[in-house]
Design a protein around this ligand. Structure first.
Ligand SMILES: Cc1ncc(COP(=O)(O)O)c(C=O)c1O
Length: 194
């Protein structure tokens, strides 16, 4: 990667407290738009649930403020994870909640979700460049963001994706690969072509 690109990645990684290097555990990518990255990380939720042949009416659990309240209580989030976590595949949470403006204790939510065996994804649209983040230390599984809000990238700027280094070399997780994959020794061998 060239000098300017390396600097951009380093700056971005410092905002996220994430790894950025040529190391195979590199965690940050600048790519696509936010919604595309949410789909790739598994989100844009209802359509993904339908795509996997489940019913959002059953498989989507949402959480909001209590009646006559305007903000979401952290204890309600933790209680929901504790009650339903055994059947939850993914806890998808906001870095900063875009309606209530709340910045939750994300680390506590991640810990609670992981203790129940759920993966955690964070939508950082309103968080990156706005609040302090420690994605790697918090252990979040994936995160994604747009660069046109607090990052001031302007309309049309591409989004970003974070995958925790613990998953980088875990090939037991089903994944979409790059065009003819990425392994430098074998890419473009095209051994399955006649
Ligand atoms: C919290 C949140 N998630 C997702 C999106 C969708 O972003 P995009 O239209 O860039 O894919 C937005 C856009 O404002 C957002 O605020």
């Amino acid at each position: 990667m060239g000098g300017a690109a390396t600097t951009t990645y380093k700056r971005l990684a410092s905002l996220l407290a994430a790894k950025s290097s040529h190391d195979p555990t590199v965690e940050v990518a600048i790519m696509n738009g936010l919604t595309t990255n949410l789909h790739l990380g598994m989100y844009a939720v209802e359509s993904q649930i339908r795509h996997h042949q489940y019913d959002p009416a059953v498989s989507l659990i949402t959480i909001g403020p209590r009646l006559d309240e305007h903000t979401i209580r952290k204890e309600d989030v933790l209680a929901k994870i504790s009650e339903e976590g055994h059947s939850i595949a993914l806890v998808l949470f906001s870095g900063v909640q875009y309606i209530t403006g709340q910045f939750f204790n994300i680390e506590a939510i991640i810990k609670a979700a992981h203790s129940k065996g759920c993966y955690v994804g964070i939508d950082l649209a309103h968080a990156i460049g706005n609040v302090e983040l420690h994605l790697t230390d918090w252990g979040v599984d994936f995160a994604c963001w747009c660069n046109y809000k607090y990052m001031n990238g302007g309309p049309g700027s591409i989004g970003g994706f974070y995958l925790h280094k613990k998953h980088a070399q875990d090939f037991t997780i089903p994944r979409f690969l790059g065009w003819w994959a990425h392994r430098s020794e074998t890419r473009f061998d095209m051994t399955n072509c006649k």
